[in-house]
Design a protein around this ligand. Structure first.
Ligand code: ACO
Length: 316
């Protein structure tokens, strides 16, 4: 499997830390020093469907394909206004694709989960050109009356077209059931027979536990896939990590003793856009000419679940 094209679509509004401080008791100084985040894109006038469609068209065009060439479309999404049908199904109509579609929800690890699935489908010969769209609007599930989590996230869509190739080397994907550290539960419709009380809560997060788990899972995953590929850590040209928080990225970098320049980040400008993070960062690196053919890359993503994935990848 290889990535043949990437695409990104961002909302126009940039929300700075000072803008958030108008709604909750926080400051630019606190957010910058604890998370590295200065501003993030946020949906205001756009719809997530339009952003997803725009990112998809961008990735398909860069892969040199037409929407009708796509054999399978997987959309990674945590929340949107449709519970059913799938967001992929709606975006399919917007872009003029005709292939089978479905959504996955694996939070921040969604893109890498889709990569793993796509690799299986492509290797089996079942599908040739797979579109993955990561369309996320976490701003719609956080509590805007509490400073705990709303400072962390950004809204965005990103996409990648995955086709046959020999780029993906080793993939590790794991889940440990830890729902209490990070979850969002919505109240379901009334059922006249229901005897249990149900509740609706915005995103709940135990920041410290998420922090510790993210650092230990990601650094262990990275070591494991690098070794399983037969590489040494110093052979790797770039580590493309989930952009949750600059302090998490920095802690992983220090734990693995990686040079600063091999661990790029854009969380300062993007916040945490959940599964959309990795393709956004990849797209930026490609556009800036920072990734060359033959470069050895590692991707690592982690998030609610707790789900964690890492892979080794040689750029074609
Ligand atoms: N502004 C100002 N003060 C705040 C804020 C805020 N936004 N949030 C918390 N505080 C206060 C707390 O109330 C506390 O005050 P106290 O000392 O008077 O009690 C103090 O700051 C320290 O709070 P901590 O929670 O200990 O702060 P910490 O240094 O752990 O930073 C943070 C909190 C940034 C959430 C950190 O734990 C973190 O980054 N965790 C990871 C969370 C994450 O990345 N989630 C993303 C989703 S999952 C994923 O993508 C992996």
């Amino acid at each position: 499997m290889k990535i043949s094209g990437t695409g990104v679509a961002l909302p126009q509004l940039r929300v700075t830390n000072d803008m958030i401080a108008q709604y909750v008791d926080t400051s630019d100084e606190w957010i910058s020093s604890r998370t590295g985040i200065k501003e993030r894109p946020m949906i205001s006038t756009e719809s997530l469907i339009d952003l997803g469609a725009k990112a998809a068209k961008d990735a398909i065009a860069k892969a040199g394909l037409a929407p009708t060439d796509i054999d399978l479309f997987i959309c990674s999404n945590v929340v949107n206004s449709y519970v059913t049908p799938s967001l992929a199904c709606i975006i399919q109509g917007e872009i003029g694709a005709t292939c089978p579609c479905f959504d996955i929800n694996n939070a921040c690890a969604g893109f890498m989960t889709a990569m793993d699935m796509a690799d299986g489908y492509i290797s089996s010969g079942k599908y040739k050109n797979i579109l993955v769209v990561c369309a996320e609007e976490p701003s719609r599930i956080v509590d805007w009356k509490s400073r705990d989590a709303c400072i962390l996230f950004g809204d965005a869509a990103s996409a990648a077209v995955l086709t046959a190739g020999d780029s993906l080397k080793t993939m590790k994907f794991s889940t440990k059931s830890m729902p209490d550290v990070l979850y969002y539960r919505r109240k379901l419709e009334y059922n006249p027979f229901l005897k249990k009380e149900e509740f609706n809560k915005p995103l709940q997060m135990n920041g410290r536990d998420v922090f510790k788990t993210a650092v230990s899972f990601s650094s262990a995953d990275i070591k494991e896939v690098v070794e399983a590929t037969g590489w040494k850590m110093e052979d790797v040209d770039m580590f493309v990590l989930h952009q949750a928080n600059l302090r998490i990225i920095e802690a992983i970098r220090q734990r693995l003793d990686l040079p600063d320049e091999k661990v790029p980040h854009n969380v300062e400008r993007m916040g945490n856009t959940s599964s959309a993070c990795i393709p956004i960062l990849l797209n930026e690196l490609i556009e800036a000419g920072k990734i060359k053919k033959g470069d050895k890359l590692v991707f690592s993503a982690f998030g609610a679940g707790f789900s964690s994935a890492a892979c080794t990848y040689v750029w074609e």
